[in-house]
Design a protein around this ligand. Structure first.
Ligand code: ADP
Ligand code: MG
Ligand code: MG
Length: 211
């Protein structure tokens, strides 16, 4: 079975909850190698998204709903992560067109376009200690799962598990993009907050698909 608008709204609901639950922890990670606002930035953004979704028509397409996530994040999240994540949702939404039910291949197309949007905007490569270190393994795992004929929810779970591992993989790295890059070796031993939040967001996507 494909995933429709009810999956998108459940994903937003789960994201709002997980971002709120992890607000302090994400800002603590950002305090270690950045300016300490990442949790607040995302919490402000997704709270605004939730308000927009309260009035969403039931026949809204997944693509249109995800575009609303994008524009809301871009206009409400201060900091680097707002435009970057906003572009992820925007490019991902564009890849969906007006499809109403998303199969495994469409979810891979969504995730790939989302990741490519972050790269287009932020120019980070894998290993630069950014959210890309969560997104790129997620895209690769999702592609592999879809190629094996896995279901949409299994594709999203593969992406989420790879993003979790990818976020952990940022700990030993020196940063080459974002505020953490000013710290040089002092960033070593700290997890990138944006990679961590991206793993939470992708886990919410998988949880919403299984509910
Ligand atoms: P700010 O650094 O402006 O305070 P946030 O704290 O909200 O913004 O977000 C910081 C996160 O943004 C970082 O942990 C990193 O994952 C991500 N980030 C920063 N610059 C880039 C970039 N050029 N490409 C990809 N991700 C980036
Ligand atoms: Mg910050
Ligand atoms: Mg900031």
């Amino acid at each position: 079975m494909g995933l429709g608008i009810s999956w998108v709204t459940a994903w937003v609901d789960d994201t709002v909850t997980v971002v709120s639950d992890n607000r302090v922890r994400l800002s603590e990670l950002d305090r270690e190698i950045g300016d300490g606002d990442h949790g607040e930035n995302l919490d402000r953004g997704f709270t605004a998204v939730k308000a927009k979704f309260d009035g969403l028509a039931a026949d809204t397409s997944p693509g249109a709903a995800l575009k609303l996530v994008a524009t809301t994040l871009i206009s409400t999240v201060g900091g680097a992560s707002g435009p970057l994540l906003g572009t992820a949702y925007l490019k991902g939404a564009q890849a969906l067109g007006d499809a109403t039910e998303l199969d495994s291949e469409q979810l891979v197309a969504f995730l790939t376009a989302a990741r490519d949007g972050v790269v287009m905007r932020g120019k980070a490569e894998i290993g630069d200690k950014t959210m890309i270190d969560a997104w790129t393994p997620a895209v690769d795992a999702a592609s592999a799962a879809a190629a094996e004929g896995k279901s949409p929810s299994a594709v999203l779970r593969a992406a989420a598990d790879a993003a979790i591992a990818g976020a952990a993989s940022t700990e030993p790295l020196v940063a080459h993009k974002g505020r953490a890059s000013y710290l040089g070796e002092r960033a070593v031993g700290h997890r990138d907050p944006g990679a961590e939040s991206s793993s939470l967001i992708l886990t919410a996507a998988a949880d919403a698909a299984e509910a």
